[in-house]
Design a protein around this ligand. Structure first.
Ligand SMILES: [Zn+2]
Length: 349
C-alpha cells in the first residue's frame, strides 16, 4: 500500500509539471523512483511489471490496480473500478488523490490542511475564517476574475485574505483557447472527443453542464488539494448546514469539522466527506475520531452512500471499538422526529 501511495504521489507530481506540448524528460524523480521500486518488487515475485513510465501511465488508465499491481493488496482495499488515471481525460482520479494522501508520507490532503491552517491564522476569528472557507468552497474555479465584483465592499475583505491561494489555470486545461468549469461540482472540466466530457468532481455525464470562458488569462483556480478535499465535499456540507434546524459551529481543525449541540446538552461532531474510496475514507475517519471526545458522524453525498458496497466497505474498515457513523446527506438532514435535533436523531438513524 505504501508503494501504491508513492506511485500515486508521483502521478500527481507529473500532473503538476506537465504542460501540453512542453513536457521534457526527465520525469519527476518521485515517480521514477516509485516505478523503480515497483519493477524491483515485481521482478522478485516474477510478476509482470510496466516497462517504463509511459506503460505505467497507460496501465494506470486502463486497469484497476487490483489487476496490475505486482504486490499483494488487501482484498477490497480499492473499489472494483478504481483507476489511478481517468481513462479518457488522462487526469488523475480521486482514487489517486486519496491514495497520495494516505499514510505518514501523504501529501495532498495534508497540503489542504496546511493551507487552511495558515488561512485560519491570518483570519484571526472563526467567523472570518468561516466566511473565507465558504468563499473557497463556492469559488474553487473562477472563470473570469472581475475586479468590480471582488473588490466590492461585501467581498473585498474576504478576497484580500484568500486571493493568494488562487493561481493561473495550467495550459493543459485550455482547450481551443477556452477554460471549462462544471456547473455541477464547480470544478475544472473539459470537453472530450465524441461529445463526451470530463469533470474533476466525477459528476454523472447526464448531469454535467460545462461553462467556459475564452479568456483563460482571466481565470483563477485553487490548488488541486483544496479543490478535491475542501471544495468538492464543501458543496454538500453547505447544503447539510442549511438543512439543519440549528446552526452548527465550525471547528477550524483539519479540513474543518462541524459541531452540533442537541437540546439535551449532548454534542456530536460531523464532517462532510466526498471520498471515492470507502476504505481510505474509514481510515481517515478513524484518525479524526481518535482526537475527539464526542460521537463522530461522517456525512457523504447521497450518490456515494448509495454506491453498492460503499457503506459495507467503510464500516468494515473501522476499528472494532469505533462509534463512527456513516450517513448520507439526505439521511442526516431529513427529520425523522421533528422535535429532536440532528445529533439525537442520528443516534437511531
Ligand atoms: Zn462536475
Amino acid at each position: 500500500m505504501e508503494l501504491l501511495a508513492a506511485v500515486s504521489r508521483g502521478l500527481i507530481d507529473l500532473a503538476q509539471v506537465t504542460r501540453v506540448g512542453t513536457f521534457r524528460l526527465p520525469y519527476p524523480p518521485g515517480l521514477q523512483l516509485a516505478l523503480d521500486r515497483v519493477v524491483l518488487a515485481g521482478l522478485t515475485r516474477s510478476r509482470p511489471v510496466p516497462g517504463g513510465i509511459p506503460e505505467l501511465l497507460s496501465w494506470s488508465r486502463e486497469k484497476s490496480p487490483a489487476e496490475w499491481w505486482p504486490l499483494e493488496l488487501p482484498d477490497g482495499f480499492l473499489s472494483a473500478d478504481a483507476r489511478l488515471l481517468h481513462s479518457d481525460s488522462k487526469e488523475i482520479t480521486r482514487t489517486c488523490a486519496e491514495l497520495a494522501s494516505w499514510g505518514p508520507d501523504g501529501v495532498l490532503e495534508q497540503e489542504a490542511v496546511a493551507l487552511l491552517a495558515e488561512l485560519a491564522e491570518a483570519c484571526g476569528t472563526v467567523e472570518r475564517f468561516t466566511a473565507c472557507r465558504d468563499f473557497l468552497i463556492q469559488q474553487p474555479v473562477i472563470l473570469q476574475y472581475n475586479p468590480v465584483k471582488f473588490l466590492s465592499p461585501a467581498v473585498a475583505h474576504t478576497w484580500k485574505l484568500v486571493q493568494e491561494l488562487y493561481g493561473a489555470v495550467p495550459d493543459r486545461f485550455q482547450v481551443d483557447g477556452r477554460v471549462y468549469r462544471c456547473s455541477g461540482c464547480s470544478l475544472l472540466a473539459r470537453p472530450l472527443a465524441k461529445n463526451a466530457s470530463w469533470c474533476e468532481g466525477g459528476c454523472r455525464s447526464s448531469e454535467r453542464v460545462l461553462e467556459s470562458t475564452h479568456q483563460p488569462e482571466q481565470s483563477r483556480l485553487l490548488p488541486l488539494a483544496l479543490r478535491l478535499f475542501l471544495a468538492l465535499p464543501g458543496r454538500t456540507e453547505q447544503a447539510v448546514r442549511s438543512g439543519l434546524p440549528a446552526r452548527p459551529r465550525l471547528l477550524p481543525r483539519g479540513l474543518g469539522l462541524l459541531e452540533l449541540s442537541s437540546t439535551d446538552g449532548t454534542t456530536c461532531v460531523l464532517q462532510v466527506q466526498a471520498r471515492q474510496e470507502p476504505v481510505l475514507a474509514a481510515l481517515q475517519a478513524a484518525e479524526t475520531a481518535a482526537g475527539l471526545a464526542v460521537p463522530f458522524h461522517v456525512v457523504t453525498p447521497h450518490d456515494l452512500a448509495a454506491d453498492p458496497g460503499y457503506r459495507e466497505a467503510f464500516e468494515g474498515s473501522l476499528p472494532d471499538s469505533s462509534q463512527i457513523r456513516l450517513l448520507s446527506a439526505d439521511e442526516f438532514t431529513t427529520p425523522r422526529h421533528a422535535t429532536r435535533t440532528a445529533c439525537e436523531r442520528n443516534d437511531d438513524a
